[in-house]
Ligand binder design. Sequence first.
Ligand code: BTN
Length: 299
Amino acid sequence: MGIGRSAVWKLIRSLEELGMEVFALRGKGYKLADPVDFLEKARVLESIDQEQRCSMAGLEVHASLDSTNRFLLDRIDGELPSGFVCLAEHQSRGRGRRGRSWISPFASNLYLSIFWRFDMAGQSLSGLSLAAGVAVARVLAAEGVAGIGLKWPNDVLWDQRKLAGILVEISGEYTGACNVVVGVGLNVNMPPAAGETIDQPWVDLRTVTGQTYDRNVLAGRLIQELVIVFTEFASRGLDERLLAEWEALDVVRGRSISLLTGQGEVTGTAMGLDETGSLLVSVDGRTQRFFSGEVSLRF
Ligand code: BTN
């Protein structure tokens, strides 16, 4: 290839910086821990049914972005059409809930965001993040992943460890139509070195089922299910069916929890959800309702 050892070494280092696992084999060269199957737009689209594909306004696959959510949010003021989706192989500043970062090594997991415009006021959108959690859980169940649970509002857990996270960001007027970006990060095949940098209990699909996954197919199915629930949500909000599906996967109901809110920490017993998707917590015998916060199990 006309380049020397040190140039190869530098390129290998840059792969490692993107979060890929590379082994040096004495006298032979370098080897990837796993074969890489890149995301390809055409293969993602193949896994989406015609009906939902028609509701999409476009799909972009990027090698690296700071954050797929940020990428779409920055484009909302232009002519970004509702139903636009973007995927990235790597995020340099993946964003999690409550200002956390989302560790996003190259070509290992899924990082996708979808932009949707809802003709409803911001308050009515509070249930949307729960609906998105239902969509992700449906895809995992259809893949045969047993034991999936949801922790309010939308952490997708397996054995109390985070398998997927959802970040809903709303832009625009809180009273009129709302522009929403929903980002999903799904741990598919987390390289161990990247996993060590995650500051909360986590798990990936490979560990859960021992299988390898075609990320293109998974991405397509996630987009398909998100489009289905967003379409349903746009016409009926968080309806009884979505709410019942969410409640069937609730891992905190009846458990002793602490809830970190903007006003401080509350401890009590999780009592499920009200009809808007707010969390009900029994605190000293009185049931209180919470619109946002971070739940942790106490015992
Ligand atoms: C959480 O903290 O649970 C939410 C994590 C959301 C991560 C996804 S990855 C794709 C999208 N882009 C981001 O920067 N964040 C979301």
